[in-house]
Design a protein around this ligand. Structure first.
Ligand SMILES: Nc1ncnc2c1ncn2[C@@H]1O[C@H](COP(=O)(O)OS(=O)(=O)O)[C@@H](OP(=O)(O)O)[C@H]1O
Ligand SMILES: Nc1ncnc2c1ncn2[C@@H]1O[C@H](COP(=O)(O)OP(=O)(O)O)[C@@H](O)[C@H]1O
Length: 203
């Protein structure tokens, strides 16, 4: 709770940085259950943007919990603080002119909405990985669902902790006829949105 603090203006602003990069800074916020494919999509998206000469940076929940958020666990208040911090960092990356890809479970609607509120205009793009718990649990690449079902992990999202799905997200990705689209196909859908909204150019 700092007092007597003042905002320091910078001579080079977001506008100049965006011009340099020929893109518009924004936050692509990927939310969904563990195992829904958030990190895989984030990587495909980042790779696809790179091949188009666009600069992005991934903020992955799991990775950030090794550093910036290593003091946080999975209690409700820790998850709230986790999302608040990542929202603030994502805002800085977007201000730097980058396409910031945040990939976190972010289970609470209120917290995701608070991140959206931090951003100007329509530069917060919420992508909902709407994959069934059944699919995520069948994948279980880290064996965490198995541990949660056995009661060895308490408060696991989707098992004994809540996930609040978005009500008004920009992009919803889901299974089609029981099949999950490839991460490349999903990345292309996100790119098409970014393109249509003018984030991949500066004019
Ligand atoms: N209790 C519990 N619930 C959910 N997830 C758990 C839990 N314990 C550990 N993990 C692992 O932590 C990863 C999720 O971290 P996040 O920072 O994205 O979570 S959150 O947004 O704060 O809810 C999550 O990674 P993903 O599988 O990539 O989603 C898990 O590997
Ligand atoms: N579109 C997809 N189609 C098939 N398998 C996928 C797809 N996306 C992710 N996977 C697989 O599902 C598992 C979970 O993906 P991951 O990206 O780690 O999810 P999350 O980050 O949401 O936990 C991994 O084994 C990954 O290879």
């Amino acid at each position: 709770m700092s007092t007597n603090i003042f905002w320091q203006e910078s001579p080079i602003g977001k506008t100049e940085r965006q011009k340099l990069l020929n893109q518009k800074g924004c936050v692509v916020w990927i939310t969904g259950l563990s195992g829904s494919g958030k990190s895989t999509l984030a990587c495909s998206l980042s790779r696809e943007l790179y091949t188009r000469g666009k600069l992005s940076y991934i903020l992955d929940g799991d990775n950030l919990r090794h550093g910036l958020n290593k003091d946080l666990g999975f209690k409700a208040e820790d998850r709230v603080e986790n999302i608040r911090r990542v929202g603030e960092v994502a805002k800085l990356f977007a201000d730097a002119g980058l396409i910031c890809i945040a990939s976190l479970i972010s289970p609470y609607r209120k917290d995701r909405d608070a991140c959206r509120e931090m951003m100007q205009g329509s530069s917060f793009i919420e992508v909902y990985m709407n994959m069934s718990l059944q699919l995520c649990e069948a994948r279980d690449p880290k064996g965490l669902y198995k541990l949660a079902r056995a009661g060895k992990i308490k408060g696991f999202t989707g098992i004994d902790d809540p996930y609040e799905s978005p009500l008004n997200c920009e992009i919803e990705l889901k299974e089609k006829e029981g099949e999950c689209p490839s991460s490349v196909a999903m990345a292309e859908e996100v790119i098409a949105y970014l393109e249509a909204k003018g984030f991949l150019q500066n004019q």
